[in-house]
Design a protein around this ligand. Structure first.
Ligand code: TEU
Ligand code: CA
Length: 544
């Protein structure tokens, strides 16, 4: 009925934390190959591979120094080719991470660009200081602080929306786009089935004028979702993507529904779907900097807006930048297993392509660290340094870092309860959560009450149901604690009931139980703490 990328489930791999094969403590490509059977067993049909290209790893591979070669930490190009082949044998497609807003400052283009006479000068965005010696404008970046760094060699500043080791490419120079097309063709020809496009709605800077006053990310209005950005996406689609059987999902930062529609509605011929952030921020103020109380009705309102507003959604609750969902919207203490299953029920009964992040399928939790010294994330470090400058006390800084640090999602995959968690026999590059002793893949694989088994059931259910994949979405009811929504196709309707609280709540509803995270067989109109139930109804039939 749909496209293959609408039918399949995506599994995201963050390579350095997935599976180490040689004992150096870093996950690698041979490690991924050795786990393809587990991915297949889950029911996923597509892998999104976070960056494996050559990189000095200032931002763990999102700072690329060579788009055409593999980071030796992860293996060789031959390993990568073997990964494509082994995945294909199992009918698993692979999409690559396309990071084209910026490169590493160690990329050859940037090294040459530092010479004002070089033909590569215009590959990046260079400007001289203001007359008073201050940076060219007042913009502040995603990792805090000015977006400009002075390069002593050339006496000018270069622009970087992220870390200073991630200089932004200049999309006013047509040569840059030609380079991007070549990179895309290279990976598509190798066997890639598409791309996840990093921060793809901020690549085109219309002007470099000062930005309006705002608490963070000043200057945004000059580069977010600009007309020039749309033109680039259409050109990449026409000149490259349309010539292959592939799809794109754009990571689109601070995007609203109107902008998202322009970026991914099918007739626009730009992206196929987008990752937005709204649904993960219903319990955060000022984007994600201050916590606020979670209310199920707020989450349902946001989901409804996007479910009904876009033709097709990218469904995700976790990735390598977000805290673990069971520690965020779930309850990782008393109701760990049950709330992890509730979140799976939510994700797989929405309309769109589901993306599962490694470890999500076993209910992995946020890290159990107790100090900054255990962290690796460049964003956490930069934010901590900035907060320190603002005289924010250490305990308050730590409270924020613990809640929001990206390292929460980056602790190594918990395969077994052994030392090293079956991830490595060496010293892991980032600390393993001590809960791996009881929370791990091996324990869950043979237990049909485990989170993993529930994910497998949900994925199989979705695969077998046109209504779950393509049915329309209707909200039914919600309050602070619970939500209910329906998916309808023809005569068939599924109703999802979710209780996001530790209380028992009443929610009268008829229907036959299709699946429940508590294992109940008949529904009595009452939801237990963190209970999730999918009911099947037949329109015009007895059930209603
Ligand atoms: O992330 C873009 C982005 O703006 C956020 O997700 C960002 O990490 C935010 O500040 C959340 O804390 C993408 C990648 O997913 C991320 O890993 C990279 O660091 C970033 O782009 C730069 O390439
Ligand atoms: Ca390794």
């Amino acid at each position: 009925m749909g496209q293959w990328w609408q039918e399949r489930v995506v599994y995201q791999i963050y390579p350095r934390s997935f599976q180490d094969s040689n004992g150096d403590g870093i996950g690698d490509i041979p490690g991924i190959i050795s786990r393809l059977d587990e991915i297949k067993a889950l029911g996923a049909g597509i892998i999104w591979l976070s960056p494996v290209y050559c990189s000095p790893d200032a931002d763990n591979g999102y700072d690329i120094s060579d788009y055409y070669s593999i980071n030796p930490k992860f293996g060789t190009m031959a390993d990568m080719e073997q990964l494509f082949a082994e995945a294909q044998t199992r009918d698993i497609k692979i999409i690559m991470d396309l990071v084209i807003n910026h490169t590493s400052d160690e990329h050859a283009w940037f090294q040459q660009s530092r010479d004002p006479q070089s033909p590569y000068r215009d590959y990046y965005i260079w400007r001289s200081a203001k007359p008073d010696g201050s940076p060219p404008n007042n913009w502040t970046g995603f990792f805090m602080g000015s977006t400009w760094t002075l390069d002593e060699t050339s006496g000018e500043y270069y622009l970087h929306l992220f870390d200073q080791k991630q200089p932004d490419l200049n999309y006013h120079n047509p040569k840059v786009l030609e380079e991007v097309k070549a990179i895309m063709r290279f990976w598509l020809d190798k066997g890639a089935a598409g791309f996840r496009c990093d921060v793809i709605n901020v690549i085109y800077k219309t002007t470099l004028d000062d930005g309006q006053k705002r608490p963070a990310i000043r200057g945004l209005e000059h580069y977010k979702s600009q007309e020039g950005n749309h033109a680039i996406l259409r050109e990449l689609r026409r000149d490259v993507l349309d010539h292959y059987d592939c799809f794109t999902v754009g990571e689109t930062v601070m995007v609203d529904l109107q902008e998202a529609r322009l970026l991914c509605e099918p007739e626009r011929k730009e992206l196929d779907m987008v990752f937005y952030f709204d649904h993960l921020e219903v319990d955060r103020r000022i984007a994600r900097y201050l916590p606020k109380r979670f209310k199920a009705k707020n989450l349902l309102a946001v989901l409804t807006k996007w479910q009904q507003g876009l033709t097709w959604n990218a469904l995700y609750l976790e990735n390598h930048d977000q805290p673990r969902i069971v520690s965020h919207y779930g309850n990782d203490r008393q109701y760990l297993t049950r709330s992890a299953k509730l979140l799976a029920t939510l994700q797989f009964t929405l309309r769109g392509t589901p993306f599962v992040y490694q470890g999500q399928e076993i209910g992995m939790t946020n890290f159990d660290y107790h100090s900054m010294a255990q962290l690796n994330d460049v964003e956490s470090k930069n934010v901590d340094a900035l907060m320190k400058k603002m005289h924010i006390p250490r305990w308050l800084r730590w409270r924020w870092i613990r809640m929001a640090s990206r390292d929460n999602a980056r602790t190594p995959m918990q395969w077994t309860g052994a030392e090293g968690a079956g991830f490595t026999i060496g010293v892991p590059w980032l600390g393993i959560n001590r809960n791996h002793k009881h929370l791990n893949y091996a324990e869950q694989a043979d237990d049909n009450r485990s989170v993993l088994s529930y994910y497998k059931r949900m994925i199989a259910l979705r695969a077998g149901s046109e209504t779950l994949r393509y049915g329309s979405f209707e909200p039914i009811a919600a309050d602070n604690r619970m939500m209910a929504f329906a998916r309808t196709l023809g005569e068939e309707r599924f109703v999802t009931l979710l209780n996001f609280s530790t209380a028992t709540v009443n929610a009268p509803m008829a229907g036959e139980v299709l699946i429940a995270n508590t294992g109940i067989q008949t529904y009595q109109g009452r939801l237990e703490p963190y209970e999730a139930i999918v009911l099947r109804q037949t329109i015009g039939g007895d059930a209603i």
